[in-house]
Design a protein around this ligand. Structure first.
Ligand code: DQA
Length: 148
């Protein structure tokens, strides 16, 4: 793996002040800084982005898929609503690891269904910001490679 995209969906720009009991007190910039340090150590190019707009995420997924760059995706609430993101991952043949800070299965029932999971290589959730580091570790351990 030479590069990785980390894509963040709606409201994740509010991390740090948004419901800290659920999402922790770290900001998205804190997470980016930590992942950037790991990627720099491993010689991997990191593209780290956030948008509140579904179409931006679709475009970036297509971009990563076309470049054969794996994605770590926290789609936020679009996880539970977006057929467009599902189709983008499938259509672009993107290798995608779905991440969430919170354990969505231990929360409201509307968070139990994910449109991302069926097209994700794997899912990591419930470990706070560590979910992102674990996803990166999974990719560094070969999770981006085709299953044998
Ligand atoms: C989230 C979980 C989603 O249900 C929620 O809408 C978010 C954050 C998480 O990281 O725990 O915005 O994706």
């Amino acid at each position: 793996m030479k590069a990785v995209y980390v894509l963040n969906g709606p409201n994740l720009n509010l991390l740090g002040t948004r419901e800290p009991a659920t999402y922790g007190s770290e900001t998205l910039a804190d997470i980016e800084t930590r992942l950037a340090a790991t990627c720099a150590r491993m010689g991997i190019a990191l593209t780290f982005r956030q948008s509140n707009h579904e179409g931006d995420l679709v475009t970036w997924i297509q971009e990563a898929g076309a470049a054969e760059i794996p994605i770590i995706l926290n789609a936020g609430a679009y996880t539970h609503t977006s057929i467009a993101l599902h189709d983008a991952i499938r259509g672009a043949k993107a290798v995608c690891i779905e991440v969430h800070l919170s354990n969505t299965h231990a929360r409201e029932t509307f968070r139990h269904h994910s449109f991302i999971s069926p097209v994700a290589r794997g899912v990591i959730l419930g470990f706070g910001s560590l979910s992102y580091d674990l996803a990166l570790q999974a990719l560094l351990s070969g999770a981006d490679q085709p299953k044998s």
